[in-house]
Design a protein around this ligand. Sequence first.
Ligand SMILES: Nc1ncnc2c1ncn2[C@@H]1O[C@H](COP(=O)(O)OP(=O)(O)OP(=O)(O)O)[C@@H](O)[C@H]1O
Length: 220
Amino acid sequence: MSNSNVTVCVRFRPLSHKERKANDKVCFKKLDSESFVFKDERDEDVIFSFDKVFYDDAEQSDVYNFLAVPIVADAVNGINGTIISYGQTGAGKTYSMEGPSILHCNELKTGLVQRVVNGLFECLRTSEDITTWTVKLSMVEIYLEKVRDLLDLSKDNLQIKESKSQGIFIYGATEISIMNSSDALERLSIISVYWSKLQEGIANRAVGETRILYLPFLNS
Ligand SMILES: Nc1ncnc2c1ncn2[C@@H]1O[C@H](COP(=O)(O)OP(=O)(O)OP(=O)(O)O)[C@@H](O)[C@H]1O
């Protein structure tokens, strides 16, 4: 992996049933775990290289382990992190982030969002250095050029601001706060509150093409 603060990966999804039926072909050839060959419009081979290429047999856990585990570990140590999924419609962004369904999903197919939430609380639980912490969740969506609060639909035009202490932030976005707890059972119920809020926010997404931001903040 490069020494850059930014890690860029590509993920190919398997052909869909419809694509297979239409006898669609893939236009790339695997080289290795970091590069593939793509045939351009003149039928010439072009090599593309990334920090990692996930081919269509990659598991959700492979993506989480490579991409997200370092970000979760950094977050617990006070370093900001972001995961962005980008691609044309139908490319597999939602699948990578949420799995086939955020509500009902087997462990193998669980997406990045659920894995990051679990990983974050697990890191906090096992950390020897962190005694007090607060995790805050906000969920917003940019839809028709407006920032909508997915945890309070009455806030449908939030403003993006910048301050010296916080940097860039979304003014007035709802924050669900979860404080540290040493009690294991209490912690489990805290995580389930967090989880139900995440599901509520996802259910509030506008229909159609959307861009969503999950904003878990961590103060420790
Ligand atoms: N890695 C994968 N393995 C199996 N199926 C996948 C994979 N990635 C995507 N799919 C399937 O491909 C289809 C399109 O994926 P998805 O809905 O995630 O695309 P998207 O990029 O979020 O599209 P949009 O921008 O239109 O919301 C879905 O049926 C999804 O289940």
